[in-house]
Design a protein around this ligand. Structure first.
Ligand SMILES: NC(=O)c1ccc[n+]([C@@H]2O[C@H](COP(=O)([O-])OP(=O)(O)OC[C@H]3O[C@@H](n4cnc5c(N)ncnc54)[C@H](OP(=O)(O)O)[C@@H]3O)[C@@H](O)[C@H]2O)c1
Length: 249
């Protein structure tokens, strides 16, 4: 069987990179997209090839539908197929209500909801052709329970969760669509250490995460891999990977 090809957006840094590496370890050929940091992206592509798979890094501003189409074209020209798309790239911008204006609101909706859906729409013909096409949208716990100070981000992720269900239904049975909604998994650069520790302190599995920061990242990677390998009947759900925060055990 020909190796399956996966595209991971934002696959050059942080969670996207961890997901790309975990898929390569499972034998997927991997394309990653990046917006800035061409050198970093090429290094990650090299690291992926070091795992014995084919890999490429493609620059794309994902809020531009022309570049989104070019991304899909470039990946499929190089690999001849596309079996899975993991839409991981996103923004995480605070919007205190007193500062929230229409321009900012639209930009955050575009970055977190519309752009990932545009990508899936562009990739759909290839995913359909795959015979076992799968798409994973990276949501956020904020899409279920809005974070204070992040109204636009929370609303955009809620819209993305709706897209998981909507596209899964529209594209069944040819393309399986699933979602992953991480909680506090990887410390945002803007969040100071004491604030991160306080946040993890409120998470049932938080002590584990503080002692072994790779544990929550591995859980997200496992959830993504599950969507790429699970029985197709599971389609349309958003898996919360949040250390029990929303379950509150
Ligand atoms: N980290 C967590 O704990 C956590 C928690 C909840 C949800 N999530 C979700 O999980 C996913 C990955 O999280 P992360 O923390 O690894 O993400 P991140 O660091 O916030 O963003 C990943 C990458 O997305 C790219 N990106 C953003 N806007 C883009 C655009 N318009 N066009 C092209 N690329 C763009 C950026 O690329 P450049 O660097 O090239 O600009 C960035 O490096 C996201 O969907 C996030 O919302 C993560």
């Amino acid at each position: 069987m020909a190796p399956r090809v996966a595209l991971v957006t934002g696959g050059h840094r942080r969670l996207g990179k961890a997901i790309a590496l975990s898929l390569a370890r499972q034998g997927f050929d991997v394309a990653i997209s990046y917006r800035s940091g061409a050198d970093v992206a090429q290094q990650v592509a090299q690291e992926l090839r070091g795992l014995g798979v084919r890999a490429t890094a493609v620059a794309a501003e994902l809020t531009d539908p022309v570049q989104v189409q070019q991304l899909v074209d470039q990946v499929t020209q190089q690999f001849g197929r596309l079996d899975a798309v993991i839409a991981s790239a996103a923004s995480y911008r605070p919007t205190p209500l007193e500062q929230l204006d229409a321009k900012q609101f639209d930009a955050i909706m575009m970055e977190n909801a519309r752009a990932p859906v545009d990508l899936l729409l562009a990739a759909a013909p290839w995913l359909r052709q795959s015979g076992d096409g799968r798409a994973v949208l990276m949501g956020d716990l904020a899409g279920f329970t809005p974070f204070r100070g992040y109204l636009a981000h929370s609303m955009a992720k809620a819209a993305l969760h709706a897209a998981v269900a909507g596209l899964a239904a529209e594209w069944a049975p040819q393309i399986l669509v699933g979602g992953v909604a991480p909680g506090a998994v990887l410390q945002p650069a803007e969040l100071a250490d004491p604030d991160w520790r306080r946040l993890q302190g409120a998470v049932p599995m938080g002590q584990t995460a503080l002692a072994q920061p790779e544990v929550p990242v591995e859980a997200v990677c496992a959830a993504v891999l599950w969507w790429l390998t699970c029985p197709r009947y599971a389609a349309g759900q958003v898996l919360r990977i949040d250390g029990g925060r929303s379950a509150r055990w």
